[in-house]
Design a protein around this ligand. Structure first.
Ligand code: NAD
Length: 353
C-alpha cells in the first residue's frame, strides 16, 4: 500500500428528513444568541420558517446573494453582520449563499451553520471564491468552513429536474477526481466511491420524481460525500478545464462539469489503475467513460460543448490556457492531448472505455 496523509476537517453534520428543525438546538450548542440568516432570495419561505423556529435569536434575514460572490456582495454582507452585531450566520440556499457566508467568515470571526438546498457541496469545503473585476479568485482557509451542516432532503425536493441532473454530475466529478488526486488516500477513496454510486443511482430518481424523499436522500448523501472529498484532497485536469471554460466563455457551471467528465475519465483512467478499480466498483461496469456519458445524457442537460455554443476555434484557446501552468494530473498533459479531448467533448462522441 502507498504511504499517505489523512486529514479531515472538524465539523458536525446532521443528515435526514426534518433535520432543519434542529437548528435551535445547534445554535444553543454553539452558544450563539444573535443569528443572521443569509439566504437565496428564492428561499424566502424557508428563511422565514427558520426565523420563526429560532424566534428572538434571529437578528434578520439578509438576501442580497449573487452567483460567484462579487466582492461588493461580500462587503455588503460583512457590513450587515456588523450592523446587526450577529454572532452566527445561517446560510440557506445553494453554493451562492454558502459562498457569501464564507466570504463573511473570512473577515469576521462568526461561525456558520449551513442549510444547503442544492447538491453543490460547498458547505463541506474550506474553499472560498470571490469575484472582482470579472475575475473569480479561489483559495482555501479553514476559517470559512461551516461549523455545522443541516442536510435535509426535503429542501432539495424543489429543485427542477434540469437543475438537479447536472448538479448531480457536478458532484460526481468531485468524487471522480478525488480518486486519482495527488494526495489521494484510501479513506477518501472509499467516500468518493460511495458518493459516485449514490449519485449515479439517485440521478434518474430525482429527475423522474423530485418529491420522492428516498431518491433525494440518496442524492444529498452523495452530494455531502462529494463536498467532503472536494474539501479534503486536490483536484486535477477536469476541474482545471471546467474552470477555464467557465472563466473564459462563461459556460454554465454544472452543465460544463457534466459534459466534460466522461472525456476526462476516458483520458485519465489508464494512468490511474487504483482509481479505475474504484470507479468500476462504483458504477458496476468496466465501461467507465461511456457510462458517465450516459449519465450526462440522463441528466437532461446538453451533452456537447457545441450545444453550449462554443465554436471549434475556441477549443484551441481552452487547450492552450489549460496547459499554460503546471498542475498535477495522473496522465501527462499536452496541448495536443487536451485539444483532442476537447474535440471529442465538442462533438459529444461516445468516449471509451
Ligand atoms: P446557486 O446557489 O447559485 O443555486 C443555483 C440556482 O438554484 C439559483 O437560481 C437558486 O435560486 C436555485 N435554487 C437553490 N436551491 C433551490 C431549491 N431547493 N429549489 C429550487 N431552486 C433552488 O448555485 P449552486 O449550483 O448551488 O452552486 C454553484 C456555485 O457554488 C458556483 O458559484 C460554484 O463555484 C460554487 N461552489 C463552490 C464550492 C466550494 O467549495 N467553494 C463547491 C461547489 C460549488
Amino acid at each position: 500500500m502507498q504511504a499517505f496523509v489523512f486529514q479531515i476537517a472538524p465539523m458536525r453534520v446532521l443528515f435526514g428528513v426534518g433535520s432543519r428543525e434542529r437548528l435551535g438546538s445547534e445554535l444553543e450548542t454553539l452558544g450563539a444568541q444573535r443569528a443572521l440568516i443569509i439566504a437565496d432570495p428564492s428561499k424566502a419561505g424557508l428563511s422565514s420558517d427558520l426565523a420563526d423556529l429560532i424566534g428572538p435569536r434571529c437578528v434578520g434575514v439578509y438576501d442580497q446573494v449573487a452567483p460567484h460572490v462579487p466582492i461588493e456582495t461580500a462587503e455588503a454582507g460583512r457590513a450587515e453582520v456588523k450592523r446587526t452585531n450577529a454572532d452566527c450566520c445561517i446560510t440557506v440556499g445553494g453554493g451562492s449563499s454558502t459562498g457569501l457566508g464564507k466570504a463573511i467568515a473570512m473577515e469576521i470571526d462568526v461561525p456558520i451553520i449551513a442549510v444547503p438546498t442544492t447538491y453543490a457541496g460547498s458547505e463541506m469545503t474550506p474553499i472560498w471564491g470571490l469575484t472582482q473585476d470579472g475575475v473569480k479568485r479561489t483559495g482555501r482557509n479553514p476559517k470559512v468552513l461551516p461549523k455545522v451542516v443541516l442536510y435535509d432532503p426535503e429542501l432539495t425536493a424543489t429543485l427542477p429536474p434540469q437543475v438537479a441532473g447536472p448538479s448531480c454530475m457536478n458532484a460526481m466529478a468531485h468524487c471522480v477526481e478525488a480518486l486519482y488526486a495527488e494526495n489521494a488516500n484510501p479513506v477518501i477513496s472509499l467516500l468518493a466511491k460511495e458518493g459516485i454510486s449514490s449519485l449515479a443511482e439517485s440521478l434518474p430518481k430525482v429527475m423522474r420524481d423530485p418529491a420522492n424523499l428516498e431518491g433525494q436522500s440518496q442524492a444529498l448523501y452523495g452530494a455531502w460525500l462529494a463536498g467532503l472529498v472536494l474539501g479534503s484532497v486536490g483536484m486535477a485536469l477536469h476541474h482545471k478545464l471546467c474552470h477555464v471554460l467557465g472563466g473564459t466563455f462563461n459556460t454554465p457551471h454544472a452543465e460544463t462539469h457534466a459534459i466534460i467528465l466522461p472525456y476526462v475519465a476516458a483520458f485519465n483512467v489508464e494512468a490511474a489503475p487504483e482509481a479505475r478499480k474504484y470507479l468500476e466498483a462504483a458504477l458496476g461496469t468496466p465501461k467507465i467513460a461511456s457510462t458517465l456519458r450516459q449519465l450526462c445524457e440522463a441528466s437532461g442537460g446538453p451533452v456537447s460543448l457545441k450545444a453550449l455554443g462554443l465554436g471549434e476555434t475556441d477549443l484551441d484557446t481552452v487547450a492552450e490556457t489549460a496547459t499554460q501552468a503546471a498542475y498535477y494530473n495522473p496522465r501527462k498533459i499536452t496541448t495536443e492531448g487536451i485539444r483532442q479531448l476537447l474535440e471529442d467533448a465538442y462533438h459529444g462522441t461516445m468516449p471509451q472505455p
